[in-house]
Design a protein around this ligand. Sequence first.
Ligand code: ZN
Length: 468
Amino acid sequence: MNTFYLPQLLYSDGTFTSNRGLLVNGDGKVVELAAQADSPLDKVIELPGKALMPGFVNTHSHSFQRLVRGKSESRIVSGKDFWSWRGTMYHAAAQLNPQEIYDVARMAFLEMVLAGTTTVGEFHYLHTSPDGRPYEDRNLLSQQVIAAAQSVGLRIVLLRTAYLRSGYELPRDPGQTRFFESTRDFLLNMDALVEGFPANSAEVRFGVAPHSIRAVPLNDLEEIAAWSRARKLPLHMHVAEQIAENSACIREYGYTPIELLSRNHILSPDFTAVHSIHINPSEIEMLSQAEATICSCPTTERNLGDGVIAADLVMRAGIRVALGSDSQAQIDPLEDARELDYHLRLRDLERASLDQIEGEALASRLYACATVNGARALSVPTGEFIPDSFADCFTVDLDDLSIAGHSADDLLPITVFSLSRSAIRDVIVNGRFIVHDQRHPLQNEIVARYKEIHGKVWQNNTIESAHR
Ligand SMILES: [Zn+2]
């Protein structure tokens, strides 16, 4: 049976229209945008006072890092930069048993869906027990994270991560014990994991994620990339987040990370370079020529002091930019989107730098970063309402305080620059409601479990809410 969603306004192709709805088939896929239901048998869901918009794609997430939120905002605890911040993050990573990894992931994913996210790319690098011994099922922790997404109802692309060493000429960092595998084990484990799920599943898909040039030497990277290419999987990698990472790559190979990836034919339309902050115009050209995607994570990058991506140069070069919540310092897809432009405003003392690139309006460009660009990076048909894409969407309360008082032509800029989470009312993944009127059915249980784990990891007493 088809379902016909009829909102007050429907977003598609950069504009809102009235008197149009979304027809979805029984497999949860978009049939068409139409003025009315197809047949009297169709179920009609009217959404008066609401806009219906394509759900967000969070292209780069480390769910367990939700635990670090608020714990690293002191130099006494976490030092002054990214490298020392990792110590706090490693502390959290070392504490969690498989059940807790599941519960923390559920918390991060719950927050994502309540913020309108319908697909997550989970860059997952916790593989072994805290002392480095593999679990009997070597993919146990990947399975836990997948199960967490399924429990919440969020589509997941598990980007299983290869982490082979601490860095060029560096001894093994004990904080990374749970991350390490050999290349051979990584590929065997990937094989076993992928085989356990149907191909092109609507709920669970896979990608390959060599962590970084720092953590994966070139020879191994080539082997992993060839494995990934043979299976037509997305290939994601942290690139040029930190200047020290670029310098180490130049010392080891004589090239920057992007140059090295380009010379060795790793860059491709399936490749996503996460961060890409410290890159020059010739490296931008290499990414553009290869039709690679950049995944930017501005809320995390500003939290960690990583730097500002040259989104203007990148977009003018025609590179697609996707977005990720990365460290979960904030989970707010539109905040990531608007910061792409806001950070340039602070850098250049000018406004709206990303407007009218190739004639495209700023707000629709940023909305595409949060949706369809991520969908392409993860190779999932979602992020826009076109036939055969997954019906992934959320409703927006048009009278919410953050956006009330708009006209059809400024609703998108108001949404992108000012919408609060309170405006996001219902979330639909694959044609199924997972959030109804801002409530997820498992919310109380997920939050309660998370608070217990938070208390255990940080050895404190969680303050009980006075209003339950
Ligand atoms: Zn990351």
